[in-house]
Design a protein around this ligand. Structure first.
Ligand SMILES: [Zn+2]
Length: 184
């Protein structure tokens, strides 16, 4: 249910002017939400997390401590971004051009990650400019370089699908007795 309470922002957090943080959300110590970012309602932004300009975080998501969300990432409603997880935005990162001159923001194209509704990213996982489907689960420490289908359980470097998870987040081989979800 929507909580109409004003967001709680820790005194050491930075929420830049032009960023929006919805009702009932909490932004913990040393987190940084850049101008143009949109954080929904009832979201937790953990200690030291970074939410880049233009990033969208859906309602009731949890962005855990130290997670780094680079623009133009989109995190849908109810997603879990584990501690230290990174959503990257550059498949071919370079600091400089071939002639050694600095590459400014015009010198490369950002490619954002998309995290589907209800999906979970394990601690220290890295998503490289791709999409994680609804209710999928990425094991801790994985590096995801290809799209992950809804409800898939993926693990490893590079991440591969090793199973399926239901709405509860538990691994399933047929139908979950709790949520009723079945493998497609
Ligand atoms: Zn279930």
């Amino acid at each position: 249910m929507a909580d109409e309470a004003a967001p709680i922002v820790a005194d050491t957090a930075i929420v830049e002017p032009g960023a929006s943080v919805g009702a009932g959300s909490r932004v913990w110590h040393h987190a940084h939400v850049r101008s143009g970012a949109s954080v929904g309602s009832e979201v937790t932004v953990g200690e030291g997390a970074f939410v880049d300009a233009g990033v969208v975080v859906g309602d009731r998501s949890k962005i855990q401590n130290g997670a780094q969300l680079f623009a133009p990432a989109v995190v849908d409603t109810g997603a879990f971004v584990g501690p230290g997880a990174i959503l990257t935005n550059d498949r071919n990162p370079r600091a400089v051009a071939p002639d050694g001159s600095p590459l400014g923001s015009a010198g490369w194209t950002a490619v954002g990650c998309r995290v589907g509704r209800g999906a979970s990213l394990g601690a220290a996982s890295t998503i490289v400019c791709t999409e994680v489907g609804e209710w999928a689960m990425v094991a801790a420490g994985s590096v995801v370089v290809e799209p992950v289908v809804p409800h898939a359980l993926v693990a490893g470097v590079p991440a591969r699908q090793i199973g399926w998870v239901c709405l509860c987040g538990t691994r399933q081989s047929e139908t979950c007795p709790v949520c009723g979800w079945s493998i497609p």
